[in-house]
Write a protein that binds this ligand. Structure first.
Ligand code: V47
Length: 385
């Protein structure tokens, strides 16, 4: 047996025994070119958490503004104040979007945007309040840790106060964006000016303490290497050990078009599946791994269900961030399409809400049912709804 085979053998034994993989194990997984072996191992953990279920939700995105003080190299969405492309959504547009979402039966509004040079924190609170007033039944998953940190800076309030004010307005959870790559060798190069790794983690730590659940992402396939990706996952795993507040990890495949890194090729299909499988294996305390079809394409996202992923995200209408960066996926997938992809992959489709309650639909109305309990989601003091 050569040494590579021996290492993979020992990793397989650990996964089967439910033992944690080390940083070095992660590097060994990165060095492994046996895609099927990685998929098979990742599948063991996926199945342990989620049986044969694969989840999706009905959601819509709102990007309230594209004006951003930061100039992250990977971003094709941002605009300078005064650019032709620059916009800020007004109350009527936000309310209209919320009403449209409500009439389509959406259970979630996902809000993420630029960090505007001039808008006060009160605008971002108002966005949440306007939506809550227009569509009280919809869960608002809003503002990345980078945005929360920025709001704290411009308003000279603490992260905790910012989160509390947003929660009072109707915030339901935090999305996982802004994490990019935590390792300083990469972070300083691609987005050095924005929230540091420590700040990002601290916003999520604070959110979890206040009873909010959140997600985490990793932007891969640009100047990152194996050690940066494994380091990223280990840092998230450590915070999850501490708080239990993360629900889902979403590896985000880099889209280069129209960004300052347009010369870098897109990650390959093999890389997409490898990163998915390794995420499932390393993040042993995350209940869910999402194959975000908008980034991966519907076909790769479907295949990812055999490489550790158990969630396809949502129907997603009005997505701008990746479409500006060259995503060729449609703006919307229908429920029938998502369910068909899941069934064809041999899994049972389950509609969920943002906090992983099963959704039951009766004609035009929907109601949240029981929480989809998977081991590992134990947020101290949190309301499970
Ligand atoms: O932080 C920006 C990424 C993120 C590009 O929590 C890009 O359920 C690829 O976090 N190519 C924001 N990625 C979106 C996000 C997200 C998406 C889906 C689900 C959830 C969730 C969260 O988008 C940013 C950044 O990492 N991004 N530009 C690009 N050119």
């Amino acid at each position: 047996m050569n040494s590579d085979v021996r290492v993979m053998e020992s990793i397989r034994e650990k996964v089967e025994a439910g033992q944690r993989l080390s940083f070095e194990d992660g590097l060994a997984l990165e060095a492994c070119n046996d895609l099927f072996a990685l998929g098979t191992l990742a599948n063991l953990i996926r199945e342990r958490y989620n049986g044969n279920f694969a989840y999706y939700n009905v959601n819509t995105h709102i990007n309230p503004t594209n004006v951003c003080v930061y100039t992250c190299d990977f971003c094709a969405f941002r605009a300078d104040l005064g650019d032709e492309r620059a916009y800020v959504m007004e109350r009527d547009q936000i309310v209209e979007r919320a009403r449209q979402a409500s009439s389509r039966g959406a259970t979630e509004l996902h809000i993420v945007g630029g960090l505007h040079n001039k808008l006060p924190f009160s605008y971002y609170v108002d966005v949440v309040r306007w939506i809550k007033e227009a569509a009280p039944e919809i869960h608002i998953k809003a503002y990345t840790a980078v945005e929360i940190e920025f709001f704290a800076k411009i308003s000279r309030k603490s992260v905790e106060t910012i989160l509390r004010e947003l929660m009072d307005a109707g915030l339901g959870s935090l999305p996982g964006g802004g994490a990019e790559i935590f390792h300083p060798e990469v972070r300083e190069q691609i987005c050095g000016a924005k929230a540091s790794t420590e700040s990002w983690l601290n916003v999520h730590r604070t959110a979890h303490r206040l009873g909010l659940h959140s997600n985490a992402t990793m932007l891969y396939g640009h100047i990152d290497g194996p050690k940066h990706r494994i380091d990223h996952m280990v840092r998230l795993r450590e915070l999850q050990d501490e708080t239990g507040g993360f629900q889902t990890f979403i590896p985000l495949a880099f889209h280069p078009d129209n960004s300052q890194m347009a010369h870098i090729p897109k990650p390959s299909g093999v890389m997409d599946l490898k990163v998915m499988a390794i995420s499932r294996l390393m993040l042993d305390n995350f209940p869910h791994i999402k194959a975000y079809w908008v980034m991966l394409g519907l076909k790769t996202a479907q295949v990812a269900l055999a490489f550790g992923a158990d969630d396809l995200d949502g129907t997603v209408v009005h997505e701008k961030i990746y479409h500006e960066a060259g995503a060729e996926t449609p703006q919307e997938a229908t429920v029938a399409e998502i369910r068909r992809l899941i069934e064809e992959a041999g899994r049972v489709p389950v509609e969920r809400d943002t906090l992983y309650h099963r959704i039951e639909r009766d004609g035009g109305t929907w109601s949240p049912r029981e929480h989809i309990d998977v081991p590992g989601l134990a947020l101290a003091g949190a309301d499970s709804k």
